[in-house]
Design a protein around this ligand. Structure first.
Ligand code: C2E
Ligand code: CA
Ligand code: CA
Ligand code: CA
Length: 284
């Protein structure tokens, strides 16, 4: 490069960076559109294993890029997080989800055996650290009329463990709104058990990797058993994630896990399909 400067240039590296920057710009533009119609929220049922009743739904965002088509959250959520765009995107998902949740609460048949429906929304670390989160959540609740008791916010274990004091203050402020908190991907981080007592958590979501390990036996199955027992001891609800077959379901029930989510029951569904599912009875 002259003047003693050396530059290492790997074309693939360059291409990846350009690609990422292009996607970030597209994401910014899509979020600036008042209609926000490149985005959609899908809802995946959470079921009670004893009777198959749908007890909740998790909101999962989708982005249909005008040129590239449907993009996986695994591609665009990390870009949204590093760029900070997850803050407006997350606020949008929250408002959309709360609006649907309030509608379901009004239309769901009431009666014996029909559990109240819980609405779950993912929260990224960037959102937790952004000023105004508590106000955003309060506004989404007020605007929609959703009962705060039916809203669950999910935070991953790794996020919950960072910057603990600031996070702790925010989590308590969120809890004061009357909502519940879940730890997502539980078991994958480097957890110290003491934070489970310090943080105002209500629900543990057992990561798919442990569910996958159930049939192999050995250490993954032992860990799944331990997590479920831990949840019982601390009076936390356990939800197993990524349940794909009947053997896993049976195994989880035998271990005392009462709730699950996964392709065995349903994929994340568009609003119309969840509507039909919730109206036409609760059993899957
Ligand atoms: P997550 O929160 O752990 O969500 C569960 C993911 O597992 C979803 O992927 C869901 O479609 C998938 N899944 C559910 N059941 C099964 C199963 O039986 N088998 C398999 N193989 N997969 C299953 P999705 O929708 O692609 O989302 C991926 C991740 O992106 C989410 O993981 C979450 O971390 C993030 N994400 C999605 N939507 C949002 C959002 O609105 N806000 C934030 N902050 N993150 C989001
Ligand atoms: Ca989640
Ligand atoms: Ca998860
Ligand atoms: Ca139990």
């Amino acid at each position: 490069g002259g003047k003693g400067r050396t530059e290492v240039f790997a074309p693939e590296m360059h291409a990846a960076i350009v690609d990422r920057l292009a996607l970030e710009a597209d994401l910014r533009r899509a979020l600036a559109e008042p209609s926000r119609d490149q985005f959609a929220v899908r809802f995946q049922p959470i079921v009670r294993l004893t009777d198959g009743a749908v007890v909740g739904v998790e909101a999962l965002v989708r982005w249909t890029h005008p040129v590239r088509g449907a993009l996986s959250p695994a591609t665009f959520i990390p870009i949204a997080e590093t760029s900070g765009l997850i803050v407006p995107l997350g606020a949008w998902v929250l408002r959309e989800a709360c609006r649907e949740g309030a509608r379901w609460a009004r239309s769901r048949p009431r009666g014996r055996g029909v559990p109240p429906l819980t609405l779950t929304v993912n929260l990224s670390g960037r959102q937790l650290q952004a000023p105004g989160l508590v106000e955003d959540v309060a506004a989404a609740l007020a605007e929609s009329g959703l009962d705060p008791a039916s809203l669950v916010l999910e935070i991953t274990e790794t996020v919950i463990m960072q910057q603990t004091e600031a996070n702790l203050v925010t989590l308590h402020a969120l809890k004061a709104l009357g909502i519940r908190l879940a730890i997502d991907d539980f078991g994958t981080g480097y957890s110290s058990l003491s934070y489970l007592q310090r943080f105002p958590i209500d629900i543990l979501k057992i990561d798919k990797s442990f569910v996958d390990g159930l049939s192999r036996g050995g250490s993954d199955a032992a860990l799944a058993r331990t997590i479920i027992a831990l949840g019982d001891t601390l009076a936390l609800r356990c939800i197993a994630e990524g349940v794909e077959d009947d053997a896993q379901r049976t195994h989880l029930q035998a271990l005392g896990c009462d709730y699950a989510q996964g392709f065995l029951f349903a994929r994340p569904l568009p609003v119309a399909e969840i509507d039909a599912l919730l109206v036409n009875g609760t059993a899957l």
